[in-house]
Design a protein around this ligand. Structure first.
Ligand SMILES: *Cc1c(COP(=O)(O)O)cnc(C)c1O
Length: 387
């Protein structure tokens, strides 16, 4: 590509280098503007093509072919800005057009333009979500939006966090459940625990098994419960397995109820599962990563009837709600558990003597350190729609 391909070239940035951009070049604003306007033009062209039903969703090539078309090696010398623009355009050329009307793939599709605008702004703000100090607006936005989501679920109080995906959200739920029942685990580890077992349907997402694996239970202790012919967990089969586990001296502590299974889109019946959890003192988690969006629909929210009886909920706005990837939330009915489970009080980051209320800092609620700003693209998108 050369500058003639572009719609409004103000200045030929030709062979200029990154050193001609801000901040390395003190008067690099004009070049920077020109470079970024070119990038925006490339993006707009891509979006236009993506929304054209006569274009292919993907121009597929085998890996070895793509390696031939696209020179991806890191060069020895800095590449000029016009070459970077060629790279930008070529990179999109062979990318799957996930915004295409004919794109349907694993549970997220479409490209919400307002959410995209939010993601651009997020990139420009380029901040980290661990403290109020470094992301004041976005931390407050998180609080407001997550509170709204808890209200929709039916948790009047509680706490929530945005994390890197539903699998991690499910892991958080399981870790917090264990912390609530066995607070000594945090300091003393597995030796203080009885043999814990958790339950999930045979159609549930594999991340539940993953949570059992990484948390030290072992996948044998993630017990699969049979489903009916519509793919819903059978409550009587759950109760049977809970009793069997207790008879073996194991401690059933966690039930995962899937609201929207990955393959069939089935909703496990929450009320009967909640009854069993109350009877046997188990934590009820609802994995509504996919189906959570139905809570916003008058027509479909009854599929999640009883969700307010659970102790925790995973809900991915990047699925049914259409927010850009990645956007995943996990919600807890009880406040204070998430922080007490995960906090390690790193004092270089979470000083307690700051001149603002440090309970606004979210960094010690998670097992990550830094956390990406996933709120702005969701918040902005939600502003644009009727609730
Ligand atoms: C998608 C999905 C997950 C995993 O979410 P990621 O964001 O991909 O980690 C977990 N559970 C269910 C039911 C899902 O649909």
């Amino acid at each position: 590509m050369n500058s003639q391909d572009l719609k409004h070239p103000k200045k030929d940035i030709g062979k200029l280098l990154y050193t001609d951009l801000l901040p390395l070049s003190k008067d690099g604003y004009d070049v920077t503007e020109e470079f970024l306007v070119h990038v925006v033009q490339i993006i707009l062209d891509f979006l236009k093509k993506s929304n054209d039903r006569t274009t292919k969703v993907v121009d597929f090539h085998q890996p070895h072919q793509l390696r031939e078309f696209l020179d991806m090696e890191i060069p020895d010398d800095p590449q000029p800005l016009d070459q970077l623009l060629v790279d930008c355009r070529d990179s999109l050329k062979y990318q799957v057009k996930t915004a295409h009307p004919y794109y349907f793939n694993q549970l997220s599709c479409g490209l919400d333009m307002v959410s995209l605008a939010g993601e651009w702004l997020t990139a420009a703000a380029n901040t980290n979500m661990f403290t109020y100090e470094i992301a004041p607006v976005f931390i407050l936005m998180e609080q407001v939006t997550l509170k709204k989501m808890r209200e929709i679920i039916g948790f009047p109080n509680g706490d929530s966090i945005l994390g890197p995906g539903g699998a991690i959200s499910n892991l958080y739920a399981m870790l917090v459940a264990r912390h609530k029942m066995f607070p000594n685990y945090k300091q003393q580890g597995l030796k203080t625990l009885p043999q814990l077992v958790m339950f999930t349907s045979e159609h549930s997402h594999y991340s539940i098994k993953g949570a059992g694996m990484v948390s030290g239970l072992g996948t044998d202790n993630v017990i699969e419960v049979p489903c009916d012919d519509r793919g819903k967990m059978i409550p009587a089969e759950l109760e049977k397995r809970v009793r069997e586990a207790k008879a073996k001296g194991q401690r059933p502590f966690f039930v995962n109820c899937t609201a929207g299974t990955t393959v069939l889109g089935a909703f496990d019946p929450i009320h009967p599962l909640a009854d069993i959890c109350e009877k046997y003192d188990m934590w009820l988690h609802v994995d509504a990563a996919w189906g959570g969006g139905c809570l916003l629909s008058q027509k479909y929210k009854s599929r999640l009837a009883g969700i307010e009886r659970s102790q925790s909920v995973t809900w991915n706005p990047h699925k049914l709600m259409g927010s850009l990837l990645q956007c995943s939330t996990v919600h807890f009915k009880e406040d204070g558990l998430l922080i007490s489970c995960n906090m390690l009080c790193a004092d270089y980051l979470f000083q307690q003597d700051k001149h603002y209320d440090v309970t606004y800092d979210t960094g010690d609620k998670v097992i990550q350190c830094g956390r990406h700003n996933d709120i702005f693209k969701l918040w902005l998108m939600w502003q644009s729609k009727v609730a």
